[in-house]
Design a protein around this ligand. Structure first.
Ligand SMILES: [Zn+2]
Length: 372
């Protein structure tokens, strides 16, 4: 039946959520221009109309009570919603998001990661109404961190193994030399040590975990001395950027919070900021994948029977190394801009995203100059 009854009419149909909306005869159109018709009406084919909301509905972003509003726009934070997504519990669960699907962790992680490559669609589909699950959101970030940490460990492990092999090789070469030597001083030294083997051990001890551990530098051990002033700042800052980008979501969330506070806008729940930042920056994983590939190539290139092609690919990798973190930084900026615009409704999103990155770079250079 047509829902043309005036608010308060005794004949007004009260069906589920329809009870929460009083209707008049105006036709409501949604943000995307579709006529508003959804499960909240008694008869879905009939247009329902705008009328004040008569139940308590908190704004998903800032928790302001939207009761009594005609337009589905939060007067506190300015966010725009559609009534059906606010009122229909079925719309509160995202179809594949990692946060909302603990029953299929790997699948939901991969889907979230892959859909992020289409930020326009990703952020159109993800609504603040689909409440952030803080624990799982942070878990998503921790998985990204774990992948990056694994890359550093693989890098270290390959260096460790290489140093171990080099030590063994040096021992075998020393043994070969001593076998055929006629040098008087060397022969005297062997006599002093009692045997050639003892002499070799003194020159080049057999590899032990401690010995190799002491000889192998950690991937980040040269960071404090890799000063920016030396040579090309663009190239030398790339390594710092790749580390900074891992922790970037927390900086970006804080930046958004401070920005809103400075604009004296309503406080949006901080987890929405973090959500926007974490999903924008998960592509930092590509730096880790690149690092693992480079470590593997380096290992292969050091093998005695290495192919020429491997050296060439390795060279190409070294050329890319200083550029890649900057490319990822640019991509994150673009994704961040899309996210704050579509999800948070931040005005001047391009300027906000670029200024966030510039301030981050300035802070980074400032901190580096303190330590180097
Ligand atoms: Zn709000």
């Amino acid at each position: 039946m047509p829902m043309a009854a005036a608010p308060g009419d005794a004949n007004h149909p009260t069906v589920d959520l329809a009870a929460s909306i009083c209707v008049d005869d105006a036709r409501v159109r949604t943000r995307r221009g579709r006529p508003y018709s959804c499960s909240v009406t008694a008869d879905a084919d009939q247009p329902i109309a705008r009328a004040p909301l008569v139940q308590d509905v908190p704004c998903p972003l800032c928790k302001y009570n939207l009761r009594g509003l005609v337009e589905s726009r939060c007067p506190e934070c300015g966010a725009k919603f559609e009534w059906d997504e606010l009122l229909d519990p079925a719309k509160r669960k995202h179809p594949y998001l990692f946060e909302h699907h603990p029953e299929r962790n790997i699948r939901s992680f991969l889907l979230t990661f892959l859909h992020g490559y289409f930020p326009r669609r990703f952020w159109r589909r993800l609504s603040p109404v689909q409440a952030p699950r803080v624990g799982r959101l942070i878990a998503y970030w921790l998985i990204v961190v774990l992948v990056c940490l694994t890359a550093a460990l693989v890098d270290y492990a390959i260096d460790f193994y290489g140093t171990w092999q080099a030590q063994l090789y040096q021992r075998s070469q020393t043994a070969l030399y001593l076998k055929g030597t006629t040098d008087k001083d060397t022969l005297d030294a062997i006599k002093q040590w009692g045997s050639a083997q003892r002499y070799i051990d003194s020159l080049c001890p057999p590899p032990t975990f401690k010995l190799i551990y002491d000889q192998t530098p950690f991937p980040w051990s040269d960071l404090p001395v890799a000063a920016l002033a030396r040579g090309n700042v663009f190239a030398s800052s790339a390594r710092y950027i790749s580390i900074v980008l891992i922790f970037w979501p927390w900086y970006a969330a804080l930046y958004l919070m401070l920005l809103r506070a400075s604009m004296r806008r309503a406080a949006i729940q901080p987890w929405h900021h973090l959500r926007v930042a974490i999903y924008s920056a998960d592509i930092v994983i590509w730096l880790a994948i690149f690092q693992i590939a480079m470590s593997t190539l380096r290992h292969l290139a050091n093998q005695p029977a290495s192919w020429r092609a491997i050296w060439q690919i390795e060279d190409l990798g070294y050329d890319l190394m200083p550029v890649l973190p900057w490319v990822i930084l640019l991509a994150i900026t673009y994704r961040f801009r899309m996210a704050i615009r579509r999800y948070l409704g931040v005005p001047h999103s391009t300027a906000v995203a670029i200024s966030a990155q510039l301030i981050m770079l300035l802070l980074m250079f400032e901190i580096i100059s303190l330590f180097t």
